[in-house]
Design a protein around this ligand. Structure first.
Ligand SMILES: [Zn+2]
Length: 89
């Protein structure tokens, strides 16, 4: 079994919060959830716990739902309500 310097070749894998697919971190968009909403951080400069999502339209659409659930869990119903958009089902 060839196993040359596996440490150097290790590519960090991250999981898309919407479809749960595991991909290389570089293939996913990283973001944080703040009380104000989602913040994308393409330069990865902010030291904070990140979440990842595929840059696919389907996952980005699903991200909106995920965000509401996440905010309810993290900030409580009151916080989530103020971020839900009018007309959302
Ligand atoms: Zn995804």
């Amino acid at each position: 079994m060839p196993n040359k310097n596996s440490h150097a070749e290790h590519v960090p894998q991250r999981t898309c919060v919407v479809c749960r697919a595991r991909k290389e971190a570089g293939e996913l968009l990283s973001f944080f959830v703040l009380p104000q909403g989602l913040v994308f951080d393409p330069r990865r400069r902010i030291q904070r716990r990140r979440n990842y999502v595929c840059p696919d339209p389907e996952c980005l659409v699903g991200l909106d739902k995920w965000k509401l659930k996440y905010m309810k869990r993290k900030f409580g119903l009151r916080g989530a309500a103020s971020f839900s958009q009018a007309g959302q089902k």
